[in-house]
Design a protein around this ligand. Structure first.
Ligand code: FAD
Length: 392
């Protein structure tokens, strides 16, 4: 019997499995589809500290940024510690950005208007200034997820400690119970008893939680990304976005919000993300959304106007009403741990989440206070059995 079953082979499930195996546990990862076939395969790969307000998510992001740097040593996926430049449209916005950066307490440099082109030679004129964050980075999320699983399986087994095995094409349909305690999963391929179960089902984390009779208010928040033709020479050197992005990320609105985050990739194409809207799981391509993203990207980098977009894709962020992920054991269903609901930051936050889940599974003292992420925080009386919280 495995110590742990992880539901979901996205980047978060892969990180949970990786760190649990490194901590000496025998882990089985299940996914109804392929590795990274969920939102992980539709993300952009920003690992950002710059867009986080001071508080628990920023603490998680800083921990995660350091862990990504370590994990990059495994090889097998692109990791670019290129830094991020946030630009301000006017002096008022620049003052707000500068105040945010001071409050974050992370490494940053305030950049005068006249110095912006030292960072980004092709940036449009007219910005009031910006803030540069050297810790912002980029990972290729699909290969990163696959690498975490592979290295968890090979490296850790070789060291004679925990084990990690992956089973794709297996759908979890329910839970095994001993009273309230979760003792394994029911799947379309049979039951799998386990010491503990981790719900890393991303945007579907609420549905999986419901199979255990507990409520997590995770909703899909759709996002589109544009991909340009490969450029002959680098046009965009860092992650570049306007201050409006920070506001969009933190917004509770269900309506459409767009603010371009632009970045070059080693293979040549420029990625332009991303829109945000709550329209359920609707995959219909929205030309007006794509046009808005393209226009905003050209406002940042006018030279992009002459480049063609070769494709667009969309995915569904796992949105929680308070914009924080759900991490930790569920007091309403002991033995069930959640690691889901990371919205637009799950790639960045995956290693810290996996690390904290492994600590919780092994009874180690958590490296961060898990209380802000607790699974029952949406229940009105915090002891409840699934009363839906009010959503923003
Ligand atoms: C357009 C867009 C841009 C983004 N850009 C970024 C970015 O730049 N940086 C960043 O950090 N984040 C970004 N994100 C968010 C990020 O992609 C997600 O937060 C992250 O991928 C979530 O990973 P996950 O492993 O939790 O979920 P997923 O990758 O969705 O994995 C969940 C897995 O669970 C499986 N599953 C679900 N139910 C079951 C079941 N019953 N049985 C078995 N398996 C099941 C699914 O098949 C899926 O593979 C972006 C998202 C979008 C949409």
């Amino acid at each position: 019997m495995p110590d742990v079953v992880v539901i979901g082979a996205g980047v978060v499930g892969a990180a949970c499995a990786h760190y649990a195996a490194r901590a000496g546990l025998d882990v089985v990862v299940l996914d109804r589809g392929p590795v990274a076939g969920g939102t992980t395969g539709a993300g952009e790969g920003n690992v950002l500290v710059s867009d986080k307000e001071p508080g628990p998510e920023l603490d998680l992001a800083v921990l995660s940024a350091g862990l990504w740097r370590e994990l990059a040593g495994l090889g097998g996926f692109e990791y670019e510690p290129k830094g991020g430049l946030v630009v301000a449209e006017d002096d008022e916005v620049l003052a707000a950005l500068t105040a945010l950066a001071a409050g974050q307490g992370v490494e940053h440099t305030v950049v005068d208007a006249g110095r912006l082109t030292d960072y980004e030679p092709h940036l449009a004129q007219g910005f009031a200034g910006g803030v540069f964050y050297p810790q912002d980075a980029q990972v290729q999320p699909m290969l990163a997820a696959a690498t975490l699983l592979r290295e968890g399986a090979q490296g850790v087994q070789g060291a004679g400690r925990g084990t990690l095995s992956l089973r794709t094409g297996v759908t979890v349909t329910g839970f095994l119970r001993d009273g309230e305690r979760v003792t394994g999963v029911r799947t379309d391929r049979g039951d799998i008893p386990a010491g503990a179960v981790v719900n890393a089902a991303g945007t579907w984390g609420g549905e999986v939680a419901a199979l255990a009779g507990v409520h997590l208010p995770i909703l899909p928040r759709r996002g589109f990304i544009l991909v340009t033709e490969p450029l002959d020479e680098p046009l965009v050197l860092h992650k570049v976005y306007t201050a409006a992005y920070v506001t969009n990320v933190a917004s509770d609105s269900a309506g459409l919000e767009t603010s371009a985050v632009v970045e070059g990739t080693p293979s040549g194409p420029v990625l332009i993300g991303a829109s945000r809207e709550r329209v359920g799981f609707d995959r219909t391509v929205s030309i007006p959304v794509l046009e808005r993203l393209a226009r905003q990207a050209v406002e940042l980098f006018p030279a992009l106007a002459a480049r063609r977009v070769i494709r667009a894709y969309c995915g569904f962020r796992p949105y929680c009403p308070d914009h924080l992920p759900v991490i930790g054991e569920d007091p309403r269903a002991p033995g069930l741990y959640h690691a889901c609901g990371h919205e637009g930051a799950g790639i960045g936050l995956a290693p810290a989440t996996g690390h904290l889940i492994a600590q919780a599974l092994t009874g180690a003292r958590p490296g961060l206070d898990l209380d802000p992420f607790r699974p029952d925080r949406f229940d009105p009386d915090r002891s409840g059995t699934g009363t839906p919280a009010k959503e923003g």
